[in-house]
Design a protein around this ligand. Structure first.
Ligand SMILES: C[S@@+](CC[C@H](N)C(=O)[O-])C[C@H]1O[C@@H](n2cnc3c(N)ncnc32)[C@H](O)[C@@H]1O
Length: 285
């Protein structure tokens, strides 16, 4: 996604040390790696071990180091690699199409498997567990704050009201509750009626916005060398607002994208998930 734009904005050349903080299936990294040889170094991170396995496949022979970690913990990762600062950083937020397609992970609407939604299933609680144990107020807040869902309260009440007999244990069961409350069914046009609730739950169980804010405020300014570049791609307005706000600090950043870069109409036609992607790029002063 936004492949050429990422490579362009990163302004790559041989010898650079680059971190792909969300390596996913290695799509971006496989374009970055050839541009930094000889002498360059590529380190790819992901919270999801399944995605690291895909990346390892894609990046075979590319001399990339892959680490199971959050980008928010980059200082420790760099230390373990004998580094303190880097030249380039890419973070491509959100979900990969492989995660969405895996019916056992609960990210997609049709999934009949458990409603998990954690990137790293070894820590934290699943989305199903959250919906089983949280109060109406907590669930409402998550749907409202992280999903901007207008019917957050009624949906939360419906979930809590029926969970003793019919807990939402699969994605399909959660979709059914949302459709019942909103009195709409997916008509295959525009976004699915449960999109905002799914986004909110995923953000919540993975602490996505805490990780992003912590990273932008206290990690990125320290680990990026003066003159180094960072590219961040977001997929929804809440994330983009956080990035835009952080990059506004003109003592730290030279902003190269006053207006974010978006996908071309051709790319959106080929991959409709790109339609909300926004790319922002800064240089560390
Ligand atoms: C949109 S995909 C990245 C796709 C990748 N750029 C590619 O070209 O294949 C986002 C990835 O970020 C990972 N992820 C989400 N939050 C993360 C975090 N805090 N630290 C590291 N990886 C994270 C997800 O597991 C997912 O694999």
């Amino acid at each position: 996604m936004l492949l050429h734009e990422v490579v362009d904005q990163l302004d790559l050349r041989p010898g650079l040390t680059v971190v792909d903080g969300t390596v996913g299936a290695g799509g971006h990294s496989s374009k970055i790696a050839p541009k930094i040889i000889p002498g360059g170094r590529l380190i790819g991170l992901d919270r999801d071990p399944m995605m690291l396995a895909f990346a390892a496949d894609k990046l075979t022979g590319q001399n990339a180091t892959l680490v199971h970690s959050s980008y928010a913990d980059l200082p420790e990762v760099l230390k373990s690699q004998g580094l303190t600062q880097i030249d380039r950083l890419l973070v491509d937020l959100g979900l990969s199409s492989d995660q969405l397609a895996d019916r056992e992970r609960g990210f997609g609407f049709a999934a009949g498997g458990p409603l998990d939604m954690r990137f790293d299933t070894r820590s934290g609680i699943s989305a199903a567990e959250f919906l089983k144990t949280a109060s109406v107020e907590e669930i409402t807040r998550v749907f409202r704050d992280w999903g901007e869902e207008l019917a957050a309260g009624p949906i939360a009440q419906a979930i809590v009201g029926s969970r003793k007999f019919e807990p939402c244990e699969t994605a399909a069961e959660l979709v059914a509750v949302v459709e019942r409350v909103l009195k709409v069914r997916d008509n295959q046009q525009g976004s699915h009626p449960a999109t905002r609730v799914f986004q909110a739950l995923r953000i919540h169980v993975n602490h996505e916005l805490d990780q992003l804010s912590r990273f932008l405020d206290s990690v990125l300014p320290v680990i990026l060398r003066p003159g180094g570049r960072a590219v961040v791609i977001t997929f929804h307005s809440i994330e983009d607002r956080i990035v835009k706000q952080a990059f506004r600090d003109s003592e730290v950043w030279e902003n190269l994208t006053k207006k974010p870069i978006v996908a071309t109409p051709t790319e959106v036609r080929l991959n409709p998930r790109c339609r909300t992607a926004k790319l922002r790029c800064v240089i560390r002063k």
